[in-house]
Design a protein around this ligand. Structure first.
Ligand code: PLP
Length: 400
């Protein structure tokens, strides 16, 4: 990155911190399953990384609860859902009900669609305006045609920044279906909200997904938290049998360098969290003020603001009848890097389910860009974006 470049796509991925890179380089290279000295050294480092991540999740009972290392957030979400579906003998004609917030990340929504084809009933809880519809959820729980086996609620929507009331949703599900696995994809909330807002205990969930590369570690590591409750009841079984690493839940030699990088970045993020959030909130204020000013001269421009709480580092910007990709390319030409919806749905050129669930029409969802930033950004980045956006709107609208 040169000084004239402005990376505002932190929700897609983040640049590894110096601390994370050092941990990557210094991680023991041995196989943690080997029982000789080299292996034992690796096993100790793995244990240390697990404890470090546990600390950031407020996990005091690590031996009973478990943190499983995976390769990424996508894998953690898949293990949670597909592992739950596979865990118990199911009636093939009516195998069970799965609840999901509408507009979940494809790494949870797509495996749910797979199960839907196999006869599971999937009910999506509306998230219009960025609010998880708890009345709809109550109704769905009351009228479920088959037992709810899994309920997945993301903590922060990756395209709108809306923070969902996972705690309230989890307690409703728990009261009616105590055997259900209650899952939270916390990828975009972990180390981006206040400390007590992303721990499994404070949310009342059984499983939780994290991803290393969203928190300034390298790619190649993710984590799945599993509660004692889930483990004791064998509510999740392995979907990828193999050598039995990670208590058999995720076989495959652990990627210790990436895991060590993850743990180091997580500890760093945890210790600096308050200052990071303060900086992000200040950048948000600059962005909102700037968009407000631009909106006065460019009707149709604005923010899709969640009605409830939001993760301040994600802003969904509505454009006045300019396609997202056109604006993205324009800004990219000026060294300002944002995304159209989320990076994955943009690559798949699919309509954004998250934006539709938020309440946007297809044509509106086609004219949205996501700007995501954090403590590593500067006011200059936000100003460069605002300037590019303003000029882009004027020039691209003229060309139409
Ligand atoms: N869940 C959410 C909410 C995400 O935003 C992402 C990535 O963008 C993922 C899951 C997938 O994480 P990973 O890229 O580590 O597979």
């Amino acid at each position: 990155m040169t000084t004239s470049e402005h990376y505002l796509d932190q929700s897609a991925t983040t640049r590894p911190s110096e601390t994370a890179l050092r941990a990557l380089n210094e991680a023991p290279w041995g196989n943690p399953s080997s029982v000789h000295r080299i292996g034992l050294e690796a096993a100790a480092a793995l244990k240390e990384a697990r404890a470090a991540l546990g600390k950031t999740l407020g996990m005091a009972r690590l031996p009973k609860d478990r943190l499983i290392f995976t390769s990424c957030g996508t894998e953690s979400n898949n293990i949670a859902l597909l592992g739950t579906a596979a865990a118990k003998k199911r009636d093939p004609d009516n195998p069970g009900t799965i609840l999901l917030s509408a507009g979940e990340h494809p790494s949870l929504e797509n495996p749910a669609q797979l199960l839907e084809k196999r006869g599971y009933r999937v009910i999506r809880i509306p998230t219009a305006g960025g609010l998880l519809d708890l009345d709809f959820l109550r109704d769905a729980l009351e009228n479920a045609a088959s037992p709810v086996i899994f309920a997945g609620f993301m903590l922060v929507n990756n395209e709108t920044g809306a923070v969902y009331d996972v705690k309230a949703a989890a307690s409703l599900v728990r009261a009616k279906f105590p055997d259900a696995v209650i899952h939270c994809d916390a990828v975009q909330g972990y180390l981006k909200l206040k400390k007590n807002r992303f721990s499994p205990a404070s949310l009342g969930v059984d499983t939780m997904t994290l991803s290393a590369h969203k928190v300034h570690a390298v790619r190649g590591a993710g984590a799945l938290y599993m509660s004692e409750n889930v483990i004791r009841r064998k509510n999740i079984v392995p979907v990828m049998p193999g050598g039995g690493q990670e208590w058999g839940v995720r076989s495959g030699t652990e990627n210790l360098p990436a895991i060590a990088s993850f743990a180091a970045a997580a500890l760093e993020g945890y210790s600096e969290l308050d200052a990071r959030l303060e900086k992000t909130a200040a950048l948000r204020a600059v962005l909102e003020e700037g968009i407000g000013r631009l909106a006065e001269e460019c009707p149709g421009l604005g923010l899709n603001v969640p009605a409830g709480e939001m993760q301040p580092g994600i802003a969904s910007v509505r454009l006045p009848a300019i396609r997202s990709e056109t604006m993205l390319n324009y800004l990219s030409g000026r060294g300002v890097y944002v995304s159209a919806g989320s990076a994955c749905s943009a690559a798949a050129k699919k309509k954004s389910a998250a934006l539709t669930a938020f309440g946007l029409r297809d044509d509106e969802a086609d004219s949205v860009i996501r700007v995501s930033f954090d403590h590593t950004n500067t006011e200059e980045d936000i100003r460069a974006f605002l300037e590019g956006l303003g000029e882009g709107v004027r020039s691209l609208q003229r060309k139409r």
